[in-house]
Ligand binder design. Structure first.
Ligand code: HEM
Length: 498
C-alpha cells in the first residue's frame, strides 16, 4: 500500500491533482473536442514538444516546461500549445511546476481517449529559459528524424512506435500547415486516423492502405514524414502494432519514458500510487477565544462504514481526557478521478474534523482512531508511526481573515493574512508562486507582509497582511516564513488555504 507522510506539499498536490477531480484530471475526459481537434491531442503534442529539447548525450533538456518559452517558434505552431499551458496554470504552486502538470496532462490525454494507464512520477523542475530548437518537422529528411530521436533517447523502432502512438490522436490543421493539409477539409483539420480515440487505427489504416494521414499520403511528398518513418523497417514495427494489445502496451511504455525524460540533474519521485490514508486540507488559526484546527483524513473507500475519531495532545505533551481532546468526523464521499478509477479506486471518504483547541494549551500532536465497525479491532492512524506533529503555533496562516474574491472586484482589497504570536521584532515573508495568463506562466518571488491595523490583535496574535491578487490565479500551497524575536518559523499554506 502507498504511504503518505504528512506534511509533504509536493506529493500532497500531485496526489490531489492526479487522483481527485481537478482541472488536469477532468478536462480531457471523454476525449473532449477543441479547435476541431481534441484537448487530449493538444496535451499530448505539447508534452512531446516539451520533451523534444532533450539531449541524451549532455543530459540537458527534456520535460522541463521550456515549451513556455518556445511555443512561438514555427516548429511549435498551433494555438493548442498556449491553450494547453493555460489549462494547467491553476495547478501550479511553489512545489509543483508546469513540467509535472504537462506530464500529468499527457497521461490524462491518453486515458481520456480510452488509452492505457501510464504510471506517474513527479518532481520535474521547470526551466527558466528556452531550450534548443530540436522539435522534428515534417519537411526534414529521414536521417534528421533518426538523429533527433536518437538525441532524445529513442532508437529507430521506438521512433516508429512513438510517432504512431502520438499520431493516434488529432491531426494537421490547415491554418497552421497550409502546405501540408492542402486538401479541402471542411473542419479545418486532416486527422491522422478515422477514429477520434486513442487506438491503433492510425496503424491499421496505414497497413491496409486506407489511411488519410497527410503525413503519409499527402500530395506534398516532402512532408510525408510519417510515411518515411513508419516504413523504415519494411513495416515490421507497424505490423507488430496492428495488435491493439501490443499497441497499448508499447505506447504506455514509450509515453511513460517520454514524460520521464528529464535533465540529468532532476530526480523523479517514486511512482505515485493512491494513498490508503492521507491527511490533507489542514488549517490552524485563532478565532474568537480559541484555536481552530481543521484537518481531513482521506481514506480509500472499501465499502465499510467507518467511524473515525481525531485525538490531540496539548503543547505541553499532555493528553486531556477530562476536557475532551477528541472529536468525531463528518464524512463526505468523494468521486475519484478517472485515473484513480482505472487504478481500481472506487471512491474516497473524506473524514473532516473541525476542532476547537484551547488557546492556552494549544496542540502539538494529532492522530486518528479508525473503527471499521465490522467487529475488527479499531486501529490508530498516526503518520505511519512518525506522528502528525504540529511543530509551532507562533506563525499561523489565517484563512478566515484572508480576503479573496476569486473574481475581479477592484473595490475589494484582496490580501493574505497571517497571525503572529508575541510579535516583537517580527519580519514575515512569503515565497509565492504566481501563475499568469501570459507566458512564462511560472515564476516565484519573495514578498514581505506588513502589520495590518484593520485586523486588531486578538487571542494573543497580531496580524500581518500581504496584498495578493487572487483573481484568476490560484497561488495555492506555499510556505510563509517569519523571523520572530530572532527565531525562524515557517508555516505551510496547504492547497485549500484560500
Ligand atoms: C518526426 C516526428 C514528428 C513530426 C514531424 C510530427 C509532425 C506533426 C505535425 C505537422 C502535426 C500537426 C500539428 C497541428 O496542426 O497542430 C502533428 C500533430 C500531432 N502530433 Fe506530431 N509529429 C512528430 C512526432 C510526434 C510524437 C512523437 C508525438 C507524441 C508522442 C506527436 C503527437 C502529435 C499529436 C497528438 C498531434 C495532434 C495535435 C492536435 O490535433 O492538436 N507527434 N505532428
Amino acid at each position: 500500500a502507498a504511504v503518505f507522510n504528512w506534511p509533504d506539499p509536493l506529493l500532497d498536490t500531485l496526489d490531489s491533482q492526479l487522483y481527485e477531480i481537478s482541472t488536469v484530471s477532468i478536462l480531457a475526459v471523454n476525449c473532449t473536442s477543441r479547435d476541431n481537434s481534441t484537448i487530449a491531442a493538444q496535451w499530448l503534442r505539447l508534452a512531446y514538444h516539451d520533451m523534444a529539447t532533450h539531449n541524451s548525450t549532455t543530459g540537458t533538456g527534456g520535460m522541463d516546461a521550456s515549451i513556455q518559452f518556445e511555443f512561438t517558434r514555427a516548429q511549435d505552431v498551433g494555438m493548442g500549445m498556449i491553450e494547453s499551458l493555460r489549462d494547467f496554470v491553476s495547478t501550479l504552486n511553489q512545489y509543483v511546476g508546469m513540467a509535472d502538470v504537462i506530464a500529468m496532462g499527457a497521461i490524462n490525454a491518453v486515458i481520456g481517449c480510452g488509452g492505457p494507464v501510464i504510471p506517474f512520477k513527479g518532481g520535474r523542475i521547470d526551466a527558466t529559459e528556452a531550450g534548443p530548437a530540436t522539435v522534428p518537422e515534417p519537411q526534414q529528411d529521414l536521417a534528421s528524424h533518426i538523429a533527433s530521436f536518437q538525441a532524445q533517447g529513442f532508437n529507430e523502432t521506438e521512433m516508429i512506435a512513438l510517432v504512431a502512438c502520438g499520431h493516434s490522436l488529432g491531426g494537421v490543421r490547415q491554418v497552421d500547415f497550409p502546405l501540408i493539409a492542402t486538401e479541402d477539409a471542411p473542419t479545418g483539420i486532416q486527422t491522422f486516423a478515422s477514429t477520434v480515440g486513442f487506438d491503433n487505427t492510425v496503424v491499421t489504416e496505414y497497413l491496409d492502405g486506407t489511411t488519410e494521414n497527410v503525413l503519409v499520403v499527402g500530395s506534398n511528398i516532402t512532408t510525408r514524414s510519417d510515411f518515411r518513418i513508419f516504413s523504415i523497417d519494411g513495416n515490421a514495427t507497424m505490423q507488430s502494432l496492428a495488435s491493439p494489445e501490443t499497441f497499448n502496451k508499447v505506447c504506455a511504455a514509450l509515453i511513460e519514458r517520454m514524460i520521464n525524460t528529464v535533465p540529468s540533474t532532476v530526480t523523479l519521485t517514486d511512482t505515485l500510487e493512491p494513498f490508503d490514508f492521507k491527511v490533507q486540507d489542514t488549517s490552524f488559526y485563532p478565532q474568537a477565544g480559541s484555536l481552530v484546527f481543521l484537518a481531513t483524513l482521506r481514506i480509500i473507500d472499501v465499502g465499510v462504514n467507518r467511524a473515525v475519531t481525531m485525538f490531540w495532545k496539548e503543547r505541553t505533551g499532555k493528553f486531556c481526557p477530562a476536557k475532551g481532546c477528541s472529536i468525531q468526523a463528518t464524512v463526505i464521499q468523494e468521486v475519484p478521478s478517472l485515473y484513480a478509477q482505472l487504478k481500481g479506486v472506487t471512491g474516497f471518504n473524506r473524514h473532516s474534523f473541525n476542532a476547537s483547541i484551547d488557546l492556552a494549551t494549544s496542540i502539538s500532536h494529532f492522530w486518528f482512531e479508525v473503527n471499521n465497525s465490522d467487529g475488527s479491532a479499531p486501529f490508530i492512524v498516526d503518520n505511519n508511526g512518525a506522528n502528525y506533529t504540529i511543530d509551532q503555533d507562533v506563525l499561523l496562516y489565517d484563512p478566515q481573515r484572508t480576503i479573496s474574491t476569486f473574481f475581479s472586484n477592484t473595490s475589494v482589497n484582496e490580501r493574505m493574512v497571517v497571525g503572529v504570536k508575541d510579535p516583537s521584532k517580527t519580519i514575515v515573508t512569503s515565497l509565492t508562486t504566481f501563475g499568469s495568463n501570459t507566458p512564462p506562466f511560472t515564476g516565484s518571488g519573495i514578498d514581505t507582509f506588513e502589520l495590518d491595523s484593520s485586523f486588531p490583535p486578538a487571542d494573543g496574535y497580531t496580524f500581518y497582511s500581504l496584498p495578493f491578487d487572487f483573481d484568476g490565479v490560484f497561488p495555492l500551497s506555499h510556505t510563509i516564513q517569519a523571523t520572530i524575536n530572532g527565531t525562524m518559523y515557517s508555516a505551510w499554506v496547504p492547497g485549500n488555504g484560500i
